[in-house]
Design a protein around this ligand. Structure first.
Ligand code: UDP
Length: 319
């Protein structure tokens, strides 16, 4: 039983590799390391069931041997990352998804697409359920991610209906945890990096926009359950505990002494005002709901970031 995880050296991809190995799978992780890092899977280097291949899934993709599952997680996912790599983001969502689907088809494997709550754009309804078609600006700065993921969903459904491929689609809401990149520009790593380097935390806009943060272990549990299910339409996985970004910054900054200041900066264009998953479908189909409380998840993640920060400081301090 061998699975291919594209984006296997990324934040979510690497946690997924860990979980699949625990479930008894052989795993081939493919990553071009554009935003992932080999250190995320270095603990698996001596595991004979694990292999890492540095390759871009947007290039023609050939893998020898049997494969039972292709899980497509390759993509820049933080707004600053996909704004920095707009074409690569669109390529991996389109050509990369096509290549991953063709690999699954050629091998008679199942296929799993990591999609996103960004498919809902700046939503006019809250919470967002899977039947909502979204409010996406097709030519705005975030469109490179939103539209390529929407295309990826459409392509996945086409392979399911036209080729009878066994496919699954998850819409992932904001997730946090160890192995996020400290400089990936998302709210939590940004706040922590600022706190650790003695700077003020940057709140974009007035901080009244909302997000709902899911701890990575809960998300991986949801992914695994969906991967084993018979559901082919998209399923939201995320934590419905919604809060404003200002509240979230407060939750983070109380962990640091002296308490960092807050500074307000302009809100990026098309930044979604509200985001909260409706997880009724995941509860019903997968008997899944998040278990890890924000404080518990934050403590683990801040501990990880503190170690990462120390390591980068050591690496940049002359001996
Ligand atoms: N944000 C912020 N300060 C930062 C980074 C992000 O206020 O230093 C805000 C951002 O504008 C958004 C929210 O935090 O409203 C979540 O941003 P993130 O980049 O984590 O992901 P998104 O949910 O927008 O994809």
């Amino acid at each position: 039983m061998r699975a291919v995880v594209t984006g296997g050296a990324g934040f979510l991809g690497s946690h997924l590799c860990d979980r699949l190995l625990k479930e008894g799978w052989d795993v081939l992780a493919i990553d071009n390391l554009i935003t992932g890092a080999e250190k995320n899977v270095s603990h698996l280097a001596s595991n004979s069931k694990f292999r890492f291949l540095k390759a871009d899934v947007s290039d023609p993709l050939a893998v020898d041997g049997d494969i039972a599952y292709v899980l497509h997680f390759a993509s820049p996912a933080s707004p600053p990352d996909y704004l920095k790599h707009p074409i690569a983001t669109m390529k991996v969502g389109s050509i990369g998804t096509l290549n991953a689907l063709d690999l699954a088809l050629a091998k008679g494997a199942k296929f799993f697409l990591a999609s996103t709550s960004e498919c809902y754009g700046d939503p006019e309804i809250s919470p967002q359920h899977e039947g909502y078609w979204g409010n996406v600006n097709p030519v705005g700065p975030r469109s490179v991610y939103d539209e390529s993921k929407r295309f990826a969903e459409a392509l996945t459904m086409a392979y399911h209906t036209h080729h009878a491929l066994d496919t699954h689609i998850i819409r992932i809401f904001n997730t946090y945890g160890p192995r996020m990149r400290l400089n990936d520009g998302r709210a939590l790593p940004n706040f922590v990096f600022q706190a650790l380097s003695g700077k003020a935390l940057t709140i974009f806009g007035d901080g009244s926009q909302t997000r709902s943060f899911c701890y990575v272990d809960d998300l991986i549990e949801g992914i695994y359950r969906l991967s084993q299910s018979s559901e082919h339409f998209p399923v939201n996985i995320g934590n419905p505990n919604e809060m404003t970004i200002l509240e979230f910054a407060e939750r983070v900054r109380k962990h640091y002494q002296p308490t960092p200041r807050l500074v307000f900066e302009p809100l990026p264009q098309d930044d979604p005002k509200r985001r909260r998953p409706d997880i009724t479908k995941a509860k019903r189909l997968l008997n899944w709901e998040p278990k890890v409380d924000l404080e518990e998840g934050l403590i683990k993640t801040l501990d990880y970031f503190a170690k990462e920060y120390q390591a980068t400081q050591k690496a940049t301090t002359p001996a």
